[in-house]
Design a protein around this ligand. Structure first.
Ligand code: ZN
Length: 202
């Protein structure tokens, strides 16, 4: 399975990191070994001093497809979950400075906590509310109506370059409010007020 991630897909998040608003989806991937499931704790890695949380709505691909056309895009994903795109911001900054790929800042082990999935039919996919709490305080709040590139647009774009396969997942981008975690922090992520993911930093 593949784990696609989309960078800078909410205007206010692109702005908070002084990044330009992209004209096309910014795509990167994480390896399957980055997944952290079943609310397991995250162990702060020794190679970074600035691990950031990024809460994101995650889609699961339900059919194989290539070169998917817009009118069929919605039939290629049927489940939605929530995840955290942990980012070693200090390492990423160095990679960006040099124009290097940023995999080591984003794709390291356990850098992708992920909830269970639910049927997307339970939600209005054009306007899904989600949020992240850190130690009981809301730190990020988003709504998929603010996506720069919609779910359907992402499906079309990704499938031009990569064969989408059943079971692949897409982290669709984070809203503003990203920030650091410290050992001892507890993260909890919600879709429409329902708690779906917990992650303790150890
Ligand atoms: Zn992200």
């Amino acid at each position: 399975m593949k784990i696609f991630c989309i960078g800078r897909n909410y205007i206010n998040h692109a702005k908070e990191l002084n990044n330009p608003i992209p004209k096309q989806p910014l795509v990167f991937m994480k390896p399957p070994s980055a997944l952290l499931i079943n609310n397991k704790p995250f162990y702060y890695p020794d190679f970074s001093e600035n691990i950031h949380f990024e809460v994101e709505i995650v889609l699961k691909i339900c059919r194989n497809g290539r070169h998917i056309q817009p009118e069929f895009a919605a039939s290629y994903y049927n489940q939605v979950g929530i995840g955290i795109d942990f980012t070693a911001r200090d390492i990423q900054a160095k990679c960006k400075e040099k124009g290097h790929p940023w995999e080591i800042a984003k794709g390291f082990d356990n850098a992708a906590p992920l909830s269970n999935f639910m049927s997307i039919d339970l939600f209005n996919r054009e306007a899904i509310n989600f949020r992240l709490e850190k130690n009981g305080e809301v730190v990020q709040k988003g709504n998929t109506k603010d996506l720069i590139f919609s779910f359907d647009t992402l499906i079309c774009y990704l499938s031009k370059y990569f064969k989408l396969q059943q079971g692949d997942i897409i982290y669709t981008g984070t809203p503003e409010g990203v920030g650091p975690v410290q050992i001892g922090d507890k993260l909890e992520a919600f879709i429409e007020g329902k708690s779906l993911l917990e992650c303790e930093i150890k």
